[in-house]
Design a protein around this ligand. Structure first.
Ligand code: NAP
Length: 261
């Protein structure tokens, strides 16, 4: 199997490249960063440039039978180019909203699967500077619950589908194994890292004063008042696809503990 991986230097992409190599696939990795080429394991064929560049894309697609496509990174014309190549399968990493790329994939002749993960555990890295400097996490809505997912579980799902197929024409919502509030997640982090961390609730006025545009603050407040149940509903999808329970937030913190010390 030969797979083209977009977003290959991202949290999901790096893990996916490793899974694919471990499983014996040939990997073509797209990155805009020439220095990244040196960091991939031996055997990865690196294409340097923008995933939207038609010439680069056509060259990177040469000989490829499957594609891991990060929807946010590309324009819909990329889907048309993939469909014109000999690639048959595309696994699309999508966000909360569905856009024209997802629509182009649905309308294409490709065998497609859309992955729609909830928030990544890696978003907790944004807490690192305040934790390291002050032992605090500033959050506007610390009681909001999230079924946050480990990025490696997203990669495992993508790899399983690329290797084994079986989810053609499906849109899969992916979550972790538990829905923790931010306050609970910070407590887990503090225990694992072994330091006291206090949650400081920031008000909408403080968010605005800190530079967040007023319309974004308003949208955040409205969202928090009525959060979609999707973000906190634990689903069995990761285990169904991979045969393994999703990694816990505590496991993620163990892997990233040095970022918080
Ligand atoms: N974070 C979340 O909570 C969350 C939740 C649900 C879904 N998602 C989706 O998951 C996707 C992947 O997330 P991630 O954390 O693995 O990746 P990421 O950190 O967002 O990075 C993706 C990689 O894509 C590359 N890239 C960006 N623009 C590019 C372009 N035009 N052409 C080629 N490469 C480009 C960048 O690498 P180079 O600089 O090496 O090119 C970057 O390292 C996101 O796009 C998001 O839509 C995220």
């Amino acid at each position: 199997m030969r797979v083209l991986v977009t977003g290959s230097t991202g949290d999901v992409g790096r893990a996916l490249v490793d899974r694919l190599l471990d499983g014996g696939a040939e990997v073509h990795a797209l990155t805009r960063n020439p220095a990244a080429a040196a960091r991939f394991r031996a055997g990865v064929e690196v294409a340097v440039g923008d995933a939207n560049d038609p010439e680069l894309l056509d060259a990177a697609l040469d000989g490829v039978d499957s594609v891991h496509l990060v929807a946010d990174l590309v324009a819909p014309h990329v889907v048309a180019r993939i469909a014109r190549s000999q690639a048959r399968r595309v696994v699309v990493l999508s966000g909360f909203a569905q856009g024209p790329v997802e629509e182009a994939v649905r309308q294409s002749r490709l065998r497609w699967t859309l992955l729609r993960p909830v928030e990544f555990m890696a978003n907790a890295l944004a807490w690192s500077p305040d934790i390291r400097a002050h032992g605090i996490v500033r959050e506007p809505f610390p009681e909001l619950r999230s079924a946050r997912i480990h990025e490696s579980d997203v990669a495992d799902v993508a790899a399983a589908i690329l290797f084994e197929g079986g989810y053609d024409g499906r849109s899969l919502r992916l979550t972790g194994a538990a829905a923790l509030t931010t306050r609970e997640a910070v407590r887990v982090l503090a225990e694992v890292v072994g330091r006291a961390v206090r949650v400081v609730t920031t008000s909408p006025a403080e968010l605005r004063a800190g530079g967040m545009p007023a319309d974004e603050v308003d949208a955040l407040v409205a969202w928090a008042a009525n959060p979609p149940p999707d973000v906190s509903t634990v689903l069995p999808t990761v285990e169904q696809v991979t045969g393994r329970r999703p990694r816990s937030f505590a496991e993620w913190v163990v892997e990233h503990a040095q970022c918080f010390r």
